[in-house]
Design a protein around this ligand. Structure first.
Ligand code: N01
Length: 861
């Protein structure tokens, strides 16, 4: 089949491609179309990549064939008909052979050849590659299209190699028919491969024993004919369907829900789950609720409903229980689609060995010894997985600039720019590399996007006179950080999965794929290209060029929120009354925040009438430290309960009684009404601390935004008035000055919720021009010596960032102890959006930890 002997390897080409699977084939096709000379190498004897090697019984795709196919050529799509919703390995391999023939690709592929080493030659600006046949090839660009799951894990089981019976690996299945009839067979591993092959091996074997270390969530594939609804959509508008896939989260067009598992009624929850169960598609079961990927409670609903199904299917209760995953959230290990997997355990000759109870001790000559028994087998099948994503890349000896190897650089985890390239390795590209959506997506969509981006990039370099491209350290560090930020807001890091490298002993624990979504990723890559290849350094006969920078700096959940809010009207275009009504409507649908011990409403005497307050008490017996809190809202909007979720969170995290006090608002009551109310409230709360459940003498003040302004002002007034004693001040994104000309106003004054225009609207309602420079309006202009210690929180993308920083600096200069917390990637509203902006939680934790230094010892402990 290969027909291409080693002798035919050219000494010099534009591009070398490693791999002749889905990626390598399409890349060859694209490169040829652009007039680049290219050669691909593959260890296999034919095309197919993963589908060449994984020939085990039951091997199928688990993305519907309507979507698991190339989309680059409409004619190819029309000429190929899939026989099933999920095609078998032979059918997918036949498709890839068909593609290779149709585009005459084999002539540029060398089969049975492995690239063993690759070294960058800086002088020639070329890669020098060595092959397993001892030959050398020089290329300008070197592309690893070697797949994410192509390096099988070496068996990490004691006594491996001692066993004398038949041994099979799902990832390197023999080409000849394997017959298990009449045999005692063991399968080790219950990931996707194990779950696919176990029911079919059970059909043949005389006895089947399944060794399970971690139970897996699996749902029925409901295989059959290709889904008629998807076929109809394709027939009606093929390009529209493909475009929808390209701009979907996972690479398959699916309904995106806004139903939260947290708030949906039980009946709706079940309804949605059942619909997803019946659909038999991965992205359906992964998308039952909008929040199941990051909210543990929502996730647990899905997990438990799957467990219910397992218990209803498997008759033996002990076996059913062992098959139920319990110690990781659903979806955080790759979920599986199956055909009769759980039903197989009802067969009399099939048995599950739960390795959590009785671990494997060793392989023996005849079989497997566990902690509980000695078992004998005629054949053992290892479905034990892969050294995923990074394994295939670092298994080749790749040496970049300054003699650094890829394996060395990635010793503590991969670092890449867009999952496409890595600093120190010029002209070296990866298809579906780590830190790209890859394994979390429909691979076909991700492969085509990567191939197209790389092909377009190479063409552009040629056109613009460059021959060397390398990501900058700044751009790469930014992308690594963004990947981590994306992973941090999900539940994925809670599982010992191959996504985390946790399946390979000694491999660093790093979340490997990009989890921001296919759509967000495509947008990012397009933007990078549109910004003159932002973050790449280009060199060549045309000279050098580098537009350095970081492509994604805003926290990922903040970006999602900003996108959702983009269509909402701006408050500064409304009247104060309409602005208040608008905020009330938003507040009505927000998550409530955590439970506290008790919430009570009350009033306290203010200078012009009663002021309403809401008190949040921790569940533990008091007395507790006391915080007087002033809400945000530009002195115009809000009330004692408008920051309710944040106050609950503050109470829970600090263990303090939080008293959120309302104050008079502009334009009805302009400056200094709010200041007078705030100071009166602090005086009253200090005088009544014991009655409120507070520890006398441990009163702090806190506030967000305009409330931060009032907290800061109150501290100055208390100092000047000789009391009350204030233990500390928490200023969250405070307004400290009336000057709207600071650079953060120009950097962040548009597009991040709080705009320069809105700040102007607030100030105009609040205070006359002549009053604004008073220390009671602009505390930065006051005397700062002798103020209580402060925690000052600023957000990177807040117009108020600079004045917050300036206040922290001025306090420090005046000898006030200051703990400054800079919320990276956050905006003005990030930290108060509890359970919406998940990435705000660690900042609030840091804030609470900083506050605890003001408390008496018992709370701190
Ligand atoms: O590998 P896996 P896979 N002793 O790593 C167990 C894709 N894929 O080949 O979970 C005992 O998922 C291991 O246990 P644990 C898909 O993306 C797709 O099945 O580490 N057991 C686990 O149960 C998939 O996720 C399809 O505790 C040991 C199993 O072996 C990925 O490939 C089909 C062990 C390995 O599961 C990998 O799937 C197949 C040991 N020493 C694969 N070491 C489609 O349907 C490992 N295990 C398209």
């Amino acid at each position: 089949m290969s027909g291409n002997g080693f002798a035919a390897v050219p000494a010099k080409v534009d591009v070398v491609v490693v791999g002749a699977g889905f990626s390598g084939l399409y890349l060859l096709h694209r490169l040829r179309g652009l007039g680049f000379s290219a050669v691909a190498f593959d260890e296999a004897a034919d095309v197919g990549g993963t589908w060449y090697w994984n020939r085990y019984p039951g091997a199928r795709c688990d993305i519907p064939t309507t979507d698991y196919a190339y989309s680059f050529d409409p004619q190819l799509e029309q000429d190929w008909t899939w026989s099933e919703k999920y095609a078998t390995q032979p059918e997918i391999l036949a498709y890839l052979r068909h593609v290779a023939e149709r585009y005459d690709l084999r002539r540029d592929i060398r089969f049975g050849v492995r690239i063993t080493a690759a070294a960058w030659d800086e002088t020639a600006r070329r890669w020098r590659l060595r092959t397993s046949h001892g030959g050398e090839v020089s290329c300008r660009y070197y592309v690893m299209a070697c797949g994410c799951l192509s390096l099988p894990k070496t068996p990490d089981i004691e006594g491996a190699g001692r066993y004398r019976g038949e041994v099979y690996f799902t990832a390197k299945w023999p080409h000849d028919q394997v017959d298990f009839s009449g045999k005692r067979v063991a399968v080790v591993g219950t990931g996707s491969s194990g779950i696919q092959c176990i029911p079919l091996i059970a059909e043949q074997a005389a006895a089947l024993t399944v060794f399970q270390r971690t139970p897996n969530f699996s749902t029925p594939a409901h295989n059959g004919a290709p889904p008629p609804d998807r076929l109809a959509r394709l027939a009606a508008d093929r390009e529209g369907y493909r475009e929808a896939a390209r701009w979907s989260r996972g690479g398959v067009p699916v309904e995106v829900t806004d139903v939260s598992g947290l708030t949906a009624p039980e009946e709706l929850r079940r309804q949605r789950f059942e619909a997803a169960w019946q659909a038999g598609e991965l992205f359906a079961i992964l998308g039952v609720f909008s929040d199941q990927g990051f909210n543990p409670v929502s996730n647990e609903f899905v997990a438990e409903m799957i467990r219910e199904k397992i218990r209803a299917t498997v008759r033996d209760t002990g076996t059913a229980d062992a098959l139920c995953p319990k110690d990781y959230p659903f979806g955080t290990k790759r979920p599986c689609l199956d055909t009769s997997y759980f039903e197989t355990f009802n067969l009399p000759h099939v048995r599950l060995v739960d390795l959590r109870r009785t671990p494997i001790v060793t392989l023996t000559e005849q079989g497997i010894d566990t902690a509980g028994e000695s078992l004998q087998f005629d054949a053992i099948v290892f479905a034990t997985g892969f050294d995923a994503m990074t394994g295939p890349l670092v298994s080749v000896d790749v040496t970049g600039t300054d003699g650094v190897t890829l394996a060395g650089k990635w010793e503590r985890g991969p670092a890449s720019y867009l999952g496409l390239m890595t600093t120190g390795f010029p002209n070296f590209f990866m298809i579906t590399g780590p830190q790209s959506p890859s394994v979390l997506s429909n691979m076909l969509v991700s492969i085509e996007q990567h191939v197209d981006w790389i092909a377009d990039c190479l063409q552009r370099l040629r056109t613009e006179g460059f021959e060397r491209i390398e990501p900058t350290p700044l751009a790469e560090a930014g992308w690594v950080q963004h990947n981590q930020d994306c992973a941090d807001i999900t539940l994925y890091q809670r599982a010992n999965s191959w996504y985390m490298g946790a399946n390979v002993p000694g491999k660093p624990r790093v979340f490997l794929p990009y989890i921001g979504g296919v759509d967000a990723y495509r947008k990012t890559c397009d933007e990078v290209a549109g910004l003159g290849l932002l973050g790449f350094r280009l060199d060549g006969p045309a000279g050098s060029r580098c537009n350095d920078g970081v492509i994604r700096r805003v926290q990922p959940d903040v970006t999602i929120m900003l996108d959702l809010m983009a269509s909402l009207p701006s408050i500064e275009t409304m009247s104060a009354a309409d602005g208040r009504a608008f905020l009330d409507a938003i507040d009505a649908v927000r998550p409530p925040g955590p439970e506290v011990g008790e919430i009570t409403d009350g009033v306290l005497p203010g200078p012009a009438g009663d002021l309403a307050y809401r008190l949040y008490r921790p569940p533990s017996p008091g007395p507790h430290p006391l915080i007087t809190y002033f809400h945000g809202g530009g002195w115009v909007l809000g009330s004692q309960d408008s920051d309710d979720p944040f106050c609950r969170d503050l109470c829970v995290r600090t263990g303090a009684v939080v008293v959120s006090v309302n104050y008079r608002h502009a334009p009805e009551d302009r400056f200094p009404a709010a200041v007078d109310d705030a100071f009166a409230a602090v005086q009253w709360i200090a005088a009544n601390a014991g009655r409120l459940g507070g520890t006398p003498g441990r009163l702090s003040v806190a506030g967000w935004s305009a409330g931060g302004n009032l907290a800061a002002v109150t501290c100055q007034l208390a100092r000047d008035a000789g009391g009350p004693d204030i233990a500390g001040q928490l200023l969250l994104n405070p307004v400290t000055d009336c000057d709207l000309g600071r650079p953060s106003y120009s950097r962040n004054g548009e597009g991040f919720v709080l705009t320069t225009a809105l700040m102007r609207w607030f100030w105009d309602y609040y205070a006359d021009e002549a009053d604004r420079e008073a220390a009671t309006a602009s505390p930065l202009r006051g005397t700062l010596a002798g103020l209580p210690p402060a925690v000052v929180v600023t957000a990177e993308f807040d117009p108020l960032c600079d004045e917050g920083e300036a206040y922290a600096e001025a306090l420090t200069a005046a000898g006030v102890p200051v703990r400054q917390i800079r919320a990276r990637g956050h905006i003005h509203t990030s930290l108060t959006m509890v359970d919406v902006i998940i990435s705000g939680a660690p900042v609030r934790a840091e804030m609470a930890e900083a506050l605890s230094h003001w408390w008496p010892a018992p709370v701190r402990g």
